[in-house]
Design a protein around this ligand. Structure first.
Ligand SMILES: C[S@@+](CC[C@H](N)C(=O)[O-])C[C@H]1O[C@@H](n2cnc3c(N)ncnc32)[C@H](O)[C@@H]1O
Length: 195
């Protein structure tokens, strides 16, 4: 078991506190997702699934690497959603099987984000969409805060100082839409198409 899986297994009970802070952005994110034509959707790193009620469209499959998080997610599952314990860096789905792949606050905590992106690319159908919600270090005073937090961020298994350009493999996708969320554009919704 990776140190990161161990971390989420141990601290899953605290995640609802983090979630209070993330809720407004998730509403906007899932609203964007609901507006897309109905399709097969894979969400990687569903966490405790407290946002599942925000899905109003699509055939949803969710995966999670931490068994504790997954158990919480199962309690929040709705309708015919399918949930599996699985590592997004080693997906067990057939290539070209999903119209959409969702990464909500996952890309900056993944052990190997490049591997994760290449797996997303494999399972997406041609012209399928990769939907990302995450924090990105902005070019304003917040970058100094990110630098300070980055010193201890390893303890929380996340990258506080986070630039998408640093992630190899993004060039497999074409950026279609970018929504900077208020306040301060620290969080962004990015919608890519598989190129
Ligand atoms: C910061 S939480 C975000 C949870 C949820 N997506 C949300 O937006 O609230 C990151 C989650 O991704 C999971 N995770 C991290 N790396 C993963 C991977 N390689 N495969 C699947 N899940 C992963 C963690 O266990 C954790 O539950």
């Amino acid at each position: 078991m990776s140190a990161q899986t161990n971390f989420y297994n141990r601290f899953s009970f605290l995640y609802p506190l983090v979630d209070i802070f993330l809720k407004p952005q998730k509403k906007k994110f899932f609203n964007e997702i609901n507006q897309l034509p109905y399709g097969n959707l894979l969400e990687i790193g569903v966490g405790n699934g407290s946002h599942f009620y925000l899905y109003h469209n699509h055939n949803i499959t969710g995966i999670e690497i931490s068994s504790s998080m997954l158990n919480m997610a199962k309690k929040n599952s709705t309708g015919a959603m399918q949930l599996f314990e699985m590592n997004g860096e080693h997906l067990k789905f057939a290539d070209n099987s999903f119209d959409y792949v969702v990464l909500s606050h996952v890309i900056a905590v993944a052990d190997q984000p490049e591997k994760l992106l290449s797996q997303c690319h494999n399972v997406l159908k041609p012209n399928g969409k990769l939907l990302i919600l995450n924090h990105f270090t902005p070019n304003n005073w917040l970058k100094y805060l990110d630098r300070i937090f980055n010193i201890g961020a390893n303890l929380f298994h996340l990258k506080s100082l986070f630039y998408m350009e640093d992630i190899k493999g993004m060039d497999q996708f074409t950026l279609e839409k970018e929504i900077a969320l208020k306040p301060l554009s620290y969080f962004k919704i990015l919608i890519f198409t598989k190129s």
